[in-house]
Design a binder for this molecule. Structure first.
Ligand SMILES: *Cc1c(COP(=O)(O)O)cnc(C)c1O
Length: 398
């Protein structure tokens, strides 16, 4: 049931997210091996590395062979640069003109989908006397961010003839690559093929062409182009039940805490705000120092459970901002300080991110990205703690 790390020497709060860097490294290597030879791997570390901590994930993915990193915002890219990450970083999402000088100064590569942002980035690059790399985003059917396919050649030309810009790549994004039915994805890929062919026919060189997210990558080599963008499955979580992980891939995050108080509830006593749980008989309860400000969602009130060894401890009453009360089975041999697993990596008795998502009518992406910065990330390889990141910042130990 997971590793047993010795955290006694670290001044950490009892609630921690344990991040298995070996799992992340292995997941990247397994996916990289499955790609068409020569295909580059862009590690997507937006949303604080899907809640796993962007810096350590970025380093680990790079070591495992990722050539580029991708984030959603300039702020996320800046954070990685400030932590010393030197890989190419692509900002996938739309940016604001007021961010462009900062972004270009940091050497971030920006996704663009319209003339106004191309001009603004060109202006920032000219001011800084630099050449900014941009990636033209094509909207092939997601209908979110990107240029209409009919405008693609014109925009590629505009970038190509601007001295302060360099067209580093062209990309698009799938709306439905994780669905049981692959047709929506193949339709988008057909549109993307035509756009790429038109731009190439215009004599414009495109260093990087990428389309696939995790689902498309795990599904078929049809979507490899020159690179793929690997997000959720790098963390060992499948994009959906229609697209299983490859053999050997494994979830990297486990959330643990310890019992802070063990107490008795008498029949008729009620628990937590609003008293929504009432003891039907004399019973035992335990306090776990985790709450919705940590990302342990309030909708788990009277629904979720944690585990301690083989014992299942159901949530009693409302999840609070910082604390949650759970029931303790009569026969469980627990004491203050006993370790509890709040979210498992799929092994053991506690719900995994997938099971929590099912319970909460959402997707595991939202569960892991929702684990807040207040929860220390403890990074380990084998049974060694190699780094810790908490509100005070990142500390490496080897
Ligand atoms: C988040 C994101 C990805 C990664 O998607 P996963 O499903 O997590 O692999 C890839 N491309 C873009 C544009 C994204 O926003």
């Amino acid at each position: 049931m997971g590793v047993c790390l010795d955290l006694s020497q670290f001044p950490l709060r009892p609630t921690t997210a344990l991040i298995d860097l070996d799992a992340i490294e292995q997941n990247v290597r397994i996916v990289a091996r499955s790609l068409t030879p020569g295909t580059k791997l862009i590690a997507v570390v937006k949303g604080n590395g899907y809640g796993h901590g962007a810096t350590m994930v970025a380093e680990t993915a790079t070591r495992a062979g990722a050539s580029h990193l991708a984030v959603a915002t300039v702020g996320e890219g800046r954070h990685l640069r400030e932590e010393g990450v030197e890989s190419p970083i692509i900002v996938l999402g739309p940016t604001h003109r007021r961010e462009h000088e900062l972004a270009v100064g940091l050497g971030l590569e920006l996704g663009v989908g319209d003339v106004a942002s191309i001009e603004s980035i060109a202006h920032a690059a000219t001011m800084l006397d630099r050449v900014a790399k941009v990636h033209l985003k094509i909207d092939t059917g997601m209908h979110r961010f990107g240029a209409d396919p009919s405008d693609a050649v014109e925009l590629a030309r505009a970038i190509d003839r601007t001295p302060s810009l360099s067209l580093a790549g062209i990309f698009t994004h799938f709306a439905d690559a994780d669905a049981a039915d692959e047709r929506s994805a193949t339709n988008q890929a057909d549109i993307f093929d035509r756009v790429i062919a038109e731009i190439k026919a215009d004599g414009i060189d495109i260093p990087l062409v990428d389309e696939a997210n995790s689902a498309a990558t795990l599904r078929s080599r049809r979507y490899d182009y020159g690179a793929i963008r690997l997000g959720i499955s790098m963390y060992g979580i499948p994009a959906s039940s229609s697209v299983p992980l490859l053999p050997g891939m494994k979830a990297a995050m486990t959330i643990e805490s310890t019992i802070a108080r063990l107490f008795d509830l008498k029949k008729g006593e009620r628990v937590s705000y609003g008293g929504t749980y009432e003891a039907l008989r004399d019973e035992r309860a335990a306090l776990i120092p985790i709450g919705y400000a940590d990302g342990y969602r309030r909708a788990l009130s009277n629904r979720g459970w944690v585990s301690a060894g083989d014992a299942l401890l159901p949530v009693r009453g409302r999840v609070c901002m910082d604390q949650t009360v759970v029931g303790v089975p009569d026969d469980a041999d627990l004491s203050v300080g006993s370790r509890v697993v709040v979210m498992s990596n799929g092994e053991g008795e506690s719900p995994s991110a997938i099971e929590l998502a099912d319970m909460l009518d959402t997707i595991p992406y939202e569960i892991v990205t929702g684990i807040s910065a207040r929860v220390p990330r403890v990074y380990f390889r084998g049974s060694d703690v190699v780094a810790i990141e908490d509100l005070a910042g990142l500390s490496r130990f080897r």
